[in-house]
Design a protein around this ligand. Structure first.
Ligand SMILES: *Cc1c(COP(=O)(O)O)cnc(C)c1O
Length: 434
């Protein structure tokens, strides 16, 4: 299969380049030339298949031309080493729990698949692949965990000093081995600027065999479509779900659109955001006005210029009217989100994190005006990742910390402190990553 840039359909590359390069040189995003569709055979048996079998069928539709079936099956099974269960609050109100992976957020699905796919694509190269990633929190942890001990790869993570939570920092700094953490005296934007500059530096980028692991990488989207199909088949026969996606960069929602494209019956999508409501505003008014982000309690969704928006547009032929037929947008304040956390606990005895709570609010509002609608709200992270908000709403120590997060607290932080100066960073890379 060939891949093209959303900015220029005649810029065509193969799978290896689309995945390792991540971004086309014209600043568009890579899309497959043909969007695969699963045939009648699959839809005859999908309700009886395992999560892994569904994952393989979808991955094979996208990557089967380029990757031998046995290798692809191994990549999928290695990715899906944990479940994504559906919790029922009411027969029309479901929560899809995407936090059962090693770093307790849905980003584990994309990161684990990407790590295995990249290792496969470079297995005959004689050079180490260096993954460079800037993080404001969840992405770095998921990427570090996914690449830890993957042969032929090493990861350099840049994070802003003092601006990630204590446990998040441990997720980046306690693994060791092929994972190196750089604590940058600056903001997330400074970290991102250093990463960008490194990619623009052709000599450095080629010498170090640099690749990126950010959420625009196509290999992170495809595995996220697996759980849309896996969850939908758990509803009664004939029920088409309304998927509710708490969104920031809109990778998760784009993965849902890929699942629909491949043949999954979906009644509707809801783009649920916090006050960073660029996409809901676009869906309502037809004007796309990216702007600086505002800080909220659902901080993984504090995005003012969503990077996957152009992919969403491409999937609807750049038509506002078409997109509105399939996606509605809703945004909620922090006060509403806090009230939702309390209400979900008191009515259903269920702990929902601040991101999932934004989704639950959107689901409820939609059901109120669409009788008969059955919603599946994506719960994107475990509530234990947000102890401050959860304790404030549900009482101190109300959320049990899963063991895989708790053991991190005692691990040693190993990070190299650097300034945000480009030349210092470049010299450090040259001297230390060889
Ligand atoms: C990354 C993230 C989101 C936003 O997902 P996008 O794919 O960027 O829209 C939502 N919730 C949590 C917990 C996240 O980590």
């Amino acid at each position: 299969m060939k891949y093209h840039s959303t900015n220029n359909s005649s810029h065509q590359v193969d799978l290896k380049e689309a995945i390792l390069r991540s971004l086309p040189p014209d600043n568009g995003l890579y899309m497959p030339n043909q969007l695969p569709v699963l045939g009648a055979d699959f839809w005859k048996t999908w309700r009886e298949m395992s999560f892994q079998e569904i994952g393989f069928a979808v991955a094979n539709a996208f990557f089967g031309e380029d990757i031998p079936a046995d290798d692809l099956r191994e990549i999928v099974n290695g990715t899906l080493a944990f479940d994504a269960p559906l919790a029922e609050l009411a027969p029309d109100d479901h929560i899809l729990e995407l936090f059962h992976g090693p770093t307790l957020a849905f980003k584990d699905f994309g990161a684990r698949f990407m790590a295995r796919l990249m290792a496969h694509l470079t297995k005959d190269d004689d050079r180490m692949l260096t993954v460079l990633v800037a993080t404001s929190g969840d992405t770095g942890g998921a990427v570090a965990s996914a690449f830890h001990n993957v042969l032929g790869t090493r990861v350099v993570i840049l994070y802003p000093k003092g601006k990630v939570s204590g446990l998040q920092e441990k997720q980046l700094t306690a693994l060791g081995g092929n994972i190196t953490a750089l604590e940058i005296d600056g903001s997330f934007d400074d970290c991102q600027a250093l990463v960008k500059q490194a990619f623009l530096d052709r000599e450095l980028s080629e010498r170090m065999n640099l690749t990126s692991a950010n959420s625009i990488n196509l290999s992170r989207l495809v595995p996220q479509s697996f759980y849309y199909i896996h969850s939908a088949r758990q509803l009664p026969v004939g029920v088409e779900p309304v998927f509710v996606i708490p969104s920031g960069n809109f990778g998760n929602l784009t993965a849902g659109l890929l699942a629909r494209q491949i043949g999954l019956p979906v009644a509707h999508f809801l783009a649920a955001t916090n006050r960073n409501d660029v996409v809901p505003e676009y869906l309502e008014k037809g004007e796309y006005l990216p702007r600086p982000s505002i800080a909220t309690i659902s901080n993984a969704m504090d995005v003012g210029a969503p990077s996957n928006f152009v992919r969403m547009q491409a999937l609807f032929g750049n038509s506002w009217g078409e997109m509105r037929k399939h996606i509605s947008g809703m945004s909620f304040s922090d006060d509403e989100t806090r009230a939702a956390i309390r209400e979900v606990k008191s009515r259903f005895n269920y702990q929902i994190d601040p991101h999932g709570a934004v989704g639950w609010l959107a689901a409820r509002k939609y059901r109120a005006s669409h009788p008969g609608a059955v919603t599946i709200t994506l719960e994107t992270a475990h509530p234990a990742k947000f102890p401050d908000v959860m304790d404030a709403e549900l009482g101190k120590d109300s959320v049990e910390i899963p063991a895989r997060l708790a053991i991190l607290a005692d691990k040693e932080k190993i990070a190299t402190a650097l300034t945000k100066d480009w030349q210092t960073f470049r010299d450090w890379l040259t001297a230390n990553i060889r």
